[in-house]
Design a protein around this ligand. Sequence first.
Ligand code: ADP
Length: 304
Amino acid sequence: MARTSILCLGEPLFELNQAADGSFRPGFGGDVSNVAVAIARQGGKVGLISQVGDDRFGDALRRMWADEGIDTTHVNVLEGGDTGIYFVTHDEDGHHFTYRRKGSAASQLGAGAISAQTIASARILYTSGISLGVSETLRAATTAAVNLARSAGLPVAFDPNLRTRLWPLETARKVSHDLMRNCDIALPGLDDARQLTGLSDPQAIVAFYHDLGARIVALTLGAKGVLVSDSRQSAHIPPFRVNAVDATGAGDCFNGIFLTHLLRTDDPFVAARIANTGAALSTTGYGAVAPIPTYSEVMNVKET
Ligand code: ADP
């Protein structure tokens, strides 16, 4: 395995998604795992820092990561632990309901598991608001990893994604903003960012994240594209036109492709254009992982 460039820290999930006939289809989720797959499919060198249980769900995740070429050197298998699981059910009106198992092996990954050497071996550390909200233990590990990255001069990319069912909004705001002060690259989605910042104007949200210390901000706007800024200039990249059927995981796909091409080009505007196209393509299929496009699929695509 070649040297890992981007390390993704958080909770991977085995997903069970209910089909129309009531049966549950297996799939994969967990935002940082989705991001790692997006990086790997662009040809980026990526590794995960996490923990799974020694159960069939953890085995399935580890097989998937191996197939994708994701480095799992820093994924610990916890004896007797439970891998994170996520259920999605749908009602007749198209609403969906989710349930996430508490107390997963990943939620028990503590700060002691994060080594300075591991963090310093990468070129970017990626983590998210979900990693902060899953448990206090994983939050401590995430904060430790970010501080180690800071000391090593490694850029930290952070998606302040919000799950209000994980914790109260006020707590999420405080913890998310505190961590963001130590991050270089902010990758918020508009809905989450509006709740976390209390602002509605996209330009004001970008300015807010720059004020917290981000050098680069890419604010994803769903079907309206993305707003990207390096504090000297900003650009709105219009959506890449596709027949979207399911935007689950589109933000994760954007983040992975963006970081891969940011490392390659050192140009957030070029990286955001490629990621905008790739994330649009990921909405043309169902689920968070299966429709994540490869490098050649992104480069060879034509707008509909
Ligand atoms: P999140 O999953 O974080 O809410 P978004 O919904 O903002 O993320 O989507 C992330 C990116 O995916 C967008 O910035 C855009 O590039 C792309 N995208 C999402 N929905 C569409 C769509 N309907 N058409 C084209 N591109 C889309």
